[in-house]
Design a binder for this molecule. Sequence first.
Ligand SMILES: CC(=O)SCCNC(=O)CCNC(=O)[C@H](O)C(C)(C)COP(=O)(O)OP(=O)(O)OC[C@H]1O[C@@H](n2cnc3c(N)ncnc32)[C@H](O)[C@@H]1OP(=O)(O)O
Ligand SMILES: CC(C)C(=O)C(=O)O
Ligand SMILES: [Mg+2]
Length: 512
Amino acid sequence: MSDKLIIFDTTLRDGEQSPGASMTKDAKVRIARQLERLKVDVIEAGFAASSNGDFDAIQLIANTVKDSTICSLARANDRDISRAADALKGANRARIHTFIATSALHMEKKLRMTPDQVLEQARQSVRYARNLVGDIEFSPEDGYRSDNDFLCRVLEAVIAEGATTINVPDTVGYAIPELYGNFIKTLRERIPNSDKAIWSVHCHNDLGMAVANSLAGVKLGGARQIECTINGLGERAGNCSLEEVVMAIKTRKDYFDLTMNIDAKHILAASRMVSQITGFVVQPNKAVVGANAFAHASGIHQDGVLKARDTYEIMRAEDVGWTNNKIVLGKLSGRNAFKQRLQELGIQLESEAEVNTAFAKFKELADRKSEIFDEDILALVIDESASHDQDAFGFVSMSQRSETGERPYANIVFTAGGKEVRGESNGNGPVDASLKAIETHVNSGAEMVLYSVNAISGSTESQGEVTVRLQSNGRVVNGVGADPDIVVASAKAYLNALSKLQSKSERVMAQG
Ligand SMILES: CC(=O)SCCNC(=O)CCNC(=O)[C@H](O)C(C)(C)COP(=O)(O)OP(=O)(O)OC[C@H]1O[C@@H](n2cnc3c(N)ncnc32)[C@H](O)[C@@H]1OP(=O)(O)O
Ligand SMILES: CC(C)C(=O)C(=O)O
Ligand SMILES: [Mg+2]
């Protein structure tokens, strides 16, 4: 049996059947191009008979994408099949995928046809399609819940009519890996002409087993085509996810021993494109393409990964399109990860004692803030070294009150020459009140020439970094302070600037 596994992507057909995932023609072409870069073997571009728009999209994809086989779905009737063939005319390689349900439930209740009528319609449709296109896929819809004997009759008949791929769908996601794998194996063993077709699996994720079932269909059943979608998009709970199934087969080559054309480094871009076009956000803990798939937040794992990535990573992030893995600093991080980040940021602390002090401050901040960004660390270290040099004034604590219609009030405790002092004041706003409260004690006479606030990182959880520029007696100094509370950050920055004004060693900055 061949060791080549065909990857058939149906993001643009079954994926689009996901409620809310409808795509424009241009969006479909963009995705198809990305699938071509990913080197999927077959792109099911849509269902030509479903609408003129889908017909046009398939036609445009067939005319544009030349490296993959382009496929259209069609019900088992002449009209749908003709539409599919017409839409695919410009393709380098075209496939018609025709289907009809074979489970007793679907035949009786939905199609309202007898098994013999279904058998005949399947046979005729494949015959009709075969005269239009050489590459014909046939699917017995709800195949997994179909009667085995009947299914064998239908599949034998359509292979005899020229179907080149037999796809056995678990349409409603009812299968269990071992049972599904054996089901495919049994069909292949029982059908006399089964070796004339390539066998394919098409699994839905209603019980969260689409990937596992597909893998079992390949490993136990001998299927050599997997139907899947980017991000597992698809009807109801979705289809087998391309990124997961592909990376399972690549990562466990020791077990599957199969080859694929896929160029996995385009996986992440494909995932992002599909997510952006459909508006379906990828959950952070999604395998392979989720934001956390290669991220480490706990100290022991971070330490392990920094020493040897394979301690906690079974795939390389770069192989699926990430630029690297991620060490996310937070309250569970350890000293080694913290030190590594300081090094990456080009920060050299003088001694182990200084590292320990900075690490203690980092842990304290991390208890208040779920993720610590590089900018937080820079602010924390700048704050730390500033307090080393200039300790004339230091922030201790503050409280402040502001209420609509009331003048804001601040009460601040800070150190001045090593002694704790307290100041209080009203002001135009909470920042103004807190700086005036400092001045009630300091009386610096300095003029503020700049005040600026920056959110250190993108979210409301981030630290605020405040810069204050003061001018006094021809000297201009900058003070910087950082804190999740921007009023506290302002007070820290102001005290830092006042300290610099007092410091004899402070460099004089030319004004302007
Ligand atoms: C498991 C799957 O994913 S199957 C693919 C599902 N995808 C889609 O349905 C998306 C595209 N579908 C559509 O745009 C429309 O449903 C169309 C154009 C295909 C058909 O639209 P309509 O003609 O209005 O029919 P409607 O959708 O209401 O009903 C489906 C008809 O197709 C019949 N039918 C269903 N499957 C098949 C089949 N595989 N082969 C032949 N006939 C079929 C049904 O019995 C029903 O026939 P009836 O009208 O005689 O009762
Ligand atoms: C049309 C077929 C292949 C299908 O999508 C299914 O049965 O789930
Ligand atoms: Mg399906």
